[in-house]
Design a protein around this ligand. Structure first.
Ligand SMILES: [Zn+2]
Ligand SMILES: [Zn+2]
Ligand SMILES: [Zn+2]
Length: 142
């Protein structure tokens, strides 16, 4: 049994070729837009519709096998790194995204006070800045 099959079965999901292909694409790392995922899935399967890829991503995300992030101004992106409450740093110049380990590791890593009676389970933390390539470009233009 492949690793992808084991993952799907461990979450009680039916094993299908599109699901295996999307998992394989995500396991390559990164934070991928649906267009990019679809392109890479089509390299592996003859034909798969964009809607099918959306459906698969929805099922994988609900099952906790992929994580969906949507930084302001960016389309939704998906990644295979799940379960560690890591954060992201987004480049204001080119939009590239990198992972940032959470100092605490478990959500919510920030304790609000007061909570206004809410049972808080998550703090959405996104860091913004300039990536090394954009810093170099900026220096070159100065
Ligand atoms: Zn950049
Ligand atoms: Zn990430
Ligand atoms: Zn944190």
């Amino acid at each position: 049994m492949s690793h992808g099959e084991e993952l799907l079965r461990s979450k009680g999901l039916r094993v299908t070729r599109p699901r295996l292909a999307v998992l394989a694409v995500l396991s390559g790392g990164g934070h991928l837009e649906v267009d990019e995922i679809t392109r890479r899935v089509r390299d592996r399967l003859d034909s798969v519709s964009t809607q099918a890829v959306y459906d698969v991503l929805g099922a994988l995300t609900r099952a906790g096998l992929s994580r969906r992030i949507e930084p302001a101004g960016s389309p939704a992106r998906y990644e295979a790194r799940v379960g560690d409450n890591h954060h992201h740093v987004v480049c204001r110049g080119c939009g590239v995204i990198a992972d940032i380990d959470c100092a605490v590791g478990a959500a919510p890593c920030l304790d609000p006070n007061p909570t206004h009676g809410f049972e808080v389970d998550e703090a959405e933390v996104t860091f913004w800045g300039l990536c090394p390539a954009c810093q170099a470009r900026r220096s070159a233009e100065e």
